[in-house]
Design a protein around this ligand. Structure first.
Ligand code: GLN
Length: 233
């Protein structure tokens, strides 16, 4: 007989390290934890679908989606108007925006114009990278692109780049975990996170995600997941 959708195993691509949304295993296994990972698990359980998680990195996850090697992406992915032309997004599940970060011991960079003539780090394919590109036109600096956030941060703590651009909730979490960076400017307006599929494809998966998200918001599971990863002061 025909396969029921509940028997299909969806391939969901994600980032390698984007804490607290994707948190790598401290022991080095490829098993992730984090808000995205727990939300997806809770929604899949609620809706009764099966999936396999492909831990690829942000840009690689998007490439996998576009080349039909993944059915969906959950990776703290911002719902931008530009992306909406290519992907269908779930309802937003987390507010975000972009912020600049510099080394904790740097006292010379205070605003964007201080970046002129310097090196700046950004993560390939991200909103942080797009924002850096825009600023670059105005202030004039060189951008080095990295495939993952931890390597991008290291380029700044090592002094190779003077700043990087990262999502505010991720940078805030990283700083609280002692990543050696600090923020000296305000968060820029950004877009909330959503689960993405290719436009017009996997609509049943997207529907289940939205329905499941509604359900886990209603039954308290969603808030429980946020509380697990983000401490309320
Ligand atoms: N929210 C950013 C974007 O969608 C970064 C995502 C990430 O690095 N995982 O571009």
């Amino acid at each position: 007989g025909e396969k029921k959708s509940s028997e299909k195993v969806y391939k969901i691509a994600t980032d390698t390290a984007f804490p607290p949304f994707e948190i790598p295993d401290v022991n080095g296994s490829d098993k992730l934890t984090g808000i995205d990972i727990d939300i997806l698990a809770a929604i899949a359980e609620d809706q009764g679908f099966k999936y396999e998680l492909d831990v690829l990195g942000f840009d690689a996850a998007v490439v996998a989606l576009e080349s039909n090697q993944a059915d969906g992406v959950i990776a703290g992915m911002s719902i931008t108007d530009k992306r909406k032309q290519t992907y269908d997004f779930s309802a937003p599940y987390y507010e975000s925006g972009v912020v600049m970060a510099i080394a904790a011991n740097n006292d010379t960079i205070k605003e964007y114009k201080d970046l002129a003539g310097k090196k700046v780090a950004a993560k390939r394919g991200t909103e942080g990278a797009s924002f850096a590109e825009k600023l670059k036109e105005q202030y004039g600096f060189d951008i080095t692109l990295f495939d993952d956030s931890p390597t991008m941060y290291m380029d700044v703590t090592s002094g190779n780049s003077v700043a990087c651009f990262e999502d505010y909730p991720v940078m805030g979490y990283g700083i609280s975990q002692g990543n050696g960076l600090k923020m000296v400017t305000e968060m820029e307006q950004g877009a909330p996170y959503g689960f993405a599929v290719m436009k017009g494809k996997n609509s049943e998966l997207l529907k289940m995600f939205d329905k499941g998200l509604e359900n886990i918001k209603a039954n308290g599971k969603y808030q429980e997941i946020l509380d697990k990863y983000i401490s309320k002061n």
